[in-house]
Design a protein around this ligand. Structure first.
Ligand code: AMP
Length: 175
């Protein structure tokens, strides 16, 4: 499967100089969508994953596939101010700005192994923030899955210890 062919690239979005990798184009192609989900499921079939944490918003699409198939809980990491209950939160720097993510505190069960799922790893700041929330409540990071990785932004310095799995990597901000 040549995923590169089905990933839409949008130059200068959301800021000049950023090449935006839009994975929503994968979901338009049933064969590509199936490949991504099947590969994700296969990658963790022998690992102990007690639950999934998916990151707003594109991470939700894959996280729900994993949780539904493996019959494990799905927890949403959402942008600040969206969750109604008591939350834990973590702020972090992005490739293009800063952000805060929140998780319902009661959803994260201590001692369990959580797989984190997102669409793209750039600097790794988002996934480092979610990993930190998981560890703060005494739970474990079982792994990190993302469709795209941008290794030239050195995300492994932040999250390499969680063995992030990606399906395609890009080595510069070029189409
Ligand atoms: P980071 O925390 O720097 O690893 O950024 C990862 C998060 O920001 C992911 O949730 C991505 O959806 C989004 N993101 C960052 N850079 C890009 C990019 N070049 N194209 C698409 N999404 C991006």
């Amino acid at each position: 499967m040549d995923l590169d062919k089905v990933i839409r690239k949008v130059p200068d979005f959301p800021k000049p100089g950023i090449l935006f990798y839009d994975v929503t184009s994968i979901f338009l192609e049933p064969t590509a969508f199936k490949y991504v989900v099947d590969t994700m499921l296969e990658s963790y079939k022998d690992k102990q994953v007690d639950g999934v944490i998916s990151i707003e918003s594109r991470g939700f699409l894959l996280g729900s596939c994993f949780a539904y198939t493996n019959k494990v809980p799905l927890v949403l990491a959402r942008k600040k101010g969206k969750l109604p209950g008591k939350t834990i939160s973590q702020s972090y720097l992005l490739e293009y700005g800063s952000a805060t993510l929140e998780i319902h505190e009661a959803d994260l069960i201590p001692g369990k192994n959580w797989l984190i799922i997102d669409d793209l790893i750039a600097t790794g700041g988002t996934l480092e923030a979610v990993s930190s929330m998981i560890e703060t409540v005494g739970a474990n990071v079982a792994g990190i899955f993302s469709i795209i990785g941008l290794p030239f932004l050195n995300y492994k310095e932040k999250i390499g210890k969680y063995r992030p799995k990606t399906l395609i990597e890009y080595n510069s901000e070029e189409c």
